[in-house]
Design a protein. Sequence first.
Length: 307
Amino acid sequence: MKIGILTDSSAYLTTEQCKKYDIGVIPIPIVWDGKTYRDLIDISYKDFYKKLANATVLPTTSEPSVGEFKKYVNQYIKNNYTDLIVITLSSGLSGFYNTVVSTAKEEKRINIHPFDCRITCAGQADAVLLASRLIQSGANVDLIMHDLVDLRNTMDVRFMVDNLNYLKRTGRLSNAASFVGTLFKIKPILSIDVQKTGHISAIAKERQYKRAYIHVQADFKRLTQNMPYPIQSTIFDALDPKRRDEWLEDYERKFPADKFYTSIIGPVVGVHVGQHTIAMIWCRNINSYFNKDGNPIENINSKTVND
């Protein structure tokens, strides 16, 4: 058995991570003023937000085509892989997962195992990194898929946007109607329903950024402090490193037992949330799926986060 792993660009893994863990990445297309850009290939992180700030025509996103996806599958077949785990961004945000599922049913030359992480960005990256580490440690497909579900059960997210109009325009905010007439008067706190459908919804409203920040931190404490496993979290931003670093310093000081990382909200997700969005995703620490010798621990069944 030879297992490969493929994800899409909205995980925003680093080049070093992809090389170290042999992770394949299929870029998600961005359509802007009649031109198609491949996420982080044809347009960079900083250039995207610079262009967005001055744009009169706003971008939209598409999804990798069936033909494009099959090109990647063919490369794994050519390299003698027997199995391919494909971890996509939330099916509640994109149709790419359904493309993978339909292709998996038709493809007979390789076993394709689709996984809907029901999240994106750093949460998707966490799933990919866990799966890739399990592959390198010799785990079989059944254990990998079990642990991916288990990790998803422990995952939650909070984020704040400067402008809800991006999410409203692209149709990614499930309860947008409840905010009509209040867009410029509130600081909404948003989440993704990782345990159910993977849709974005606004779960709270605060009048000021500081109060919203306190609300998010209280949620993090409430939802993680009694979990019977170690927690890791990633704080990530849409080109607002000052705010990201402030969050990181504060969380590391207040929650010393938890592990914190940083990442980005890249172009394809930035289309839907806009610049200055700040977010945090947390889950069971990936290291705890392995014993002290680096071997996978079997039969882990984590307590599910109940948000």
